[in-house]
Ligand binder design. Structure first.
Ligand SMILES: [Zn+2]
Length: 468
């Protein structure tokens, strides 16, 4: 009897020891090992493991605190009129209305796939309206009521994508009628959305004047609707960046072929819209990495568009990251893609993404009863390997000394929760001997390890978070 108890205790102790050792060796806070993340790296996790007490350099993520202030429109208000919100929908195919259901329905009809995921959610009559494709909406008529347009009995003419669920949620939250001006166009690049597309070169050889068209249809809509309604909220929402995975590679002879190139192009569009249209906000539903995106982790890999979109939302006051749901999309679960087309989300995913965008936007604008609370940050490698995580006070959650082999030449630092006004505000890299290596980390999170390691050995990096 005594021997059996002793054996049991020994077995338990051994088990505990194995678990602890595993955690120490991986340097991986999500508790999973993934050999794929270190392939292609000169260092490997197996022969270059992190130690909890020795770091050769410290990478600090700076976070800027920010208060959410309640948005209030200063446009004229007439008590006798109904309230509306106008949302300009921009970007490439995933933010058009012909993705999701109508595409999946087509796939079923021609026998390509067995069934479509879900039909679009249907807004109640009189709550949500949509313009036609790249046209103005000047009257809120039954013809433009999404209660009718989103009905799946319209088959491949059904209005699908992100707008139905966004509209339902925004209407529920604000009580305003929601009017969408549909300006997104399939396959286009960010250069085509700038106010000056002729000044750009792109290997796609296209330079459609998307910005000018969006301005034209938004203005026509606004001018007509403002006569009969109080326009309480106005903004644009954006989902785009798959184009740059093809035409924005560093070796491409394109103006937009770097994080900075995408950032600059987007910024010119953003400030153009804000000033020319008098919008209240912009919102980005971050693009997923299409080319690496067969798995959810692949969807979260870094691309120039994704790097730029995160930084833009960090840098610009009235621009918000309204959804990161695309990062959990994969060929199958947790959120699926259109089985007929690997770039587009399924309608089932859009039915969640739109509501996510609307509810986060509502929090950013300080309209919720309780403001969102900052929940800390997470730090990922460019292949979406979680390197470290920090709580709301900047305290490390689990291991924060990471083997250099797990780092890549680019990292993503992101807020764990959306809806606050906290922003990632830069990086510093300091060697163990005190040398400041911060010039080898750029503002997008790209790290030149070759230059940083010149004349010194960097095997382990302690990741820290400072909330300023
Ligand atoms: Zn292009």
């Amino acid at each position: 009897m005594t021997k059996r108890i002793l054996a049991l205790i020994l077995a338990l102790l051994l088990g505990l020891c194995l678990c602890a050792c595993d955690g120490d060796n991986t340097g991986n806070t999500d508790g999973k090992t993934d050999s794929s993340v270190v392939s292609g790296s000169s260092d490997t996790a197996s022969n270059d493991t992190a130690s909890t007490d020795i770091s050769d350099a410290t990478l600090t993520i700076k976070v800027k605190k920010g208060e959410v202030t309640k948005f209030k429109s200063n446009r004229p208000y007439d008590d006798s009129k109904e309230d509306i919100t106008i949302i300009l929908v921009t970007g490439q195919s995933n933010f058009t209305t012909s993705v999701g259901f109508s595409s999946e329905y087509g796939g079923v009809a021609n026998g390509k796939i067995a069934n479509f995921s879900e039909v679009p959610v249907i807004p109640e009559k009189g709550t949500c309206y949509s313009s036609g494709y790249r046209s103005a909406i000047t009257v809120l008529s039954d013809d433009r009521d999404m209660n009718k347009l989103c009905d799946a009995s319209r088959l491949d003419n059904t209005l699908g994508g992100v707008s139905p669920s966004f509209g339902i949620e925004w209407n529920k939250l604000t009580g305003t009628k929601v009017v969408f001006v549909q300006a997104a166009v399939g396959a286009v690049g960010v250069h085509e959305w700038t106010p000056n597309p002729d000044d750009y070169i792109c290997e796609c050889n296209s330079n459609t004047q998307l910005y000018a068209k969006a301005v034209e249809i938004y203005k026509s809509s606004y001018n007509a609707l403002s006569k009969n309604y109080n326009i309480v909220y106005t903004g644009y929402i954006w989902n785009q960046g798959e184009h740059e995975e093809v035409y924005g590679k560093p070796e491409c002879q394109s103006t937009v072929n770097s994080d900075q190139g995408y950032y600059d192009a987007y910024k010119s569009m953003h400030y153009g819209f804000m000033s020319e249209l008098g919008l209240d906000f912009g919102g980005i539903s971050v693009v997923r990495a299409d080319k690496a995106g067969a798995t959810a982790q692949g969807s979260m890999s870094l691309t120039i568009a994704r790097n730029a979109q995160y930084k833009l939302c960090n840098d610009i006051d009235n621009l918000f990251m309204i959804s990161t749901m695309s990062e959990t999309c994969a060929a199958s679960a947790p959120l699926d893609m259109d089985k007929t087309n690997t770039i587009h989300y399924s309608q089932a995913t859009f039915n969640k993404m739109g509501a996510d965008c609307a509810s986060n936007l509502y929090k950013y604008l300080g309209l919720a009863d309780q403001n969102a609370q900052f929940g800390g940050i997470e730090v990922y490698s460019s292949v979406a390997h979680k390197l470290a995580a920090f709580d709301k006070d900047g305290k490390a959650i689990g291991e924060a000394v990471v083997a250099k082999g797990l780092f890549t030449n680019h990292i993503l630092a992101k807020l764990s929760t959306l809806g606050t006004n906290y922003r990632i505000n830069g990086f510093s890299l300091i060697a163990a001997d005190g040398t400041d290596l911060s010039s080898h980390v750029d503002d997008f999170g790209a790290i030149d390890w070759t230059a940083a390691s010149s004349g010194r050995t960097i095997k382990n990096i302690e990741v820290k978070c400072v909330i300023e």
